[in-house]
Design a protein around this ligand. Structure first.
Ligand code: ADP
Ligand code: ADP
Length: 229
């Protein structure tokens, strides 16, 4: 059994009379330590899939298994625990607490976890060892995203889920964030899933899941992914 497995997952949204099938029998497997990109046009269902996998939303049909656990049959209480302990989230717009320093932002997230890493150590890992006491407004977009990644990693999660993590950044800064995510995957064996609409970054992943109209269009495996330079 794969580390992560989605089998025939369906998610519908009811908009008055109209039913939108945002995920339409989605199936894929992901191994532990894989660097995976989910790519597809806007509205394809990428965020829907990530939210379901991260326990932020429940699916209507199908099964989801993560590390042997049946996430799709979790109660809402179990889902809360799963989100809190097992999943690190990174979003396009960092979502940092503005009146807390970088260190405090990471400590706040780590506090509620079972087995957190040291906040200072994780900030040093993401290259912010000299920025611990800065507030978000004193940091660049790329640095704020590094804090957000540190905050996610400090939970020592099973899985890092990133929704358009470079979407608000310029090309060069975005590249350095992708490099950090890829290095984290390679060096720490972290399973990392990145959503993007940008097909240019596909060669860097072990596996590329192409999503279109709520369905898996194609899955590509890269035998030799390109390192982000
Ligand atoms: P992507 O991340 O690929 O841009 P989404 O997963 O956000 O796509 O959306 C897939 C489809 O589901 C879209 O048609 C979107 O409008 C719809 N959708 C997403 N979330 C909701 C929601 N909460 N309510 C209604 N429709 C939604
Ligand atoms: P968009 O597609 O959102 O208009 P870009 O094409 O500039 O924007 O790329 C989005 C992000 O993806 C950028 O921030 C960049 O860091 C990253 N990216 C795109 N192409 C590459 C590449 N070939 N190598 C590394 N990173 C890339």
């Amino acid at each position: 059994m794969a580390y992560i497995s989605l089998d025939q997952v369906v998610k519908r949204y009811q908009m008055g009379e109209v039913t939108i099938t945002a995920a339409d029998h989605i199936s894929f497997d992901i191994d532990k330590g894989e660097f995976v990109i989910i790519v597809g046009p806007s509205g394809a269902g990428k965020t829907t899939v990530l939210n379901i996998l991260g326990g932020m939303d429940a699916c209507d049909e199908g099964t989801i298994t993560v590390d042997g656990s049946p996430v799709s049959s979790y109660s809402s209480r179990q889902l809360t625990t799963y989100r809190r302990y097992d999943i690190g989230f990174v979003f396009q717009f960092y979502n940092l607490v503005q009146n807390l320093t970088a260190l405090e932002n990471v400590e706040l997230a780590a506090q509620i976890c079972k087995d957190p890493l040291d906040a200072g150590d994780v900030l040093r890992h993401v290259g912010l060892g000299d920025r611990l006491n800065n507030f978000p407004a004193q940091l660049s977009g790329g640095e704020q995203q590094r804090v957000a990644i540190a905050r996610a990693l400090a939970k020592n999660p099973k899985l890092l889920l990133c929704d358009e993590p470079t979407g608000a950044l310029d090309y060069v800064t975005g590249k350095s964030i992708l490099k950090l995510l890829q290095d984290t995957c390679r060096q720490q064996g972290m399973t990392v899933i990145v959503i993007t609409h940008n097909t240019a970054i596909a060669p860097m992943a072990d596996k590329v899941i192409h999503v279109k109209n709520g369905r898996v269009d194609r899955i590509d495996r890269n035998p030799s992914p390109t390192p982000v330079e």
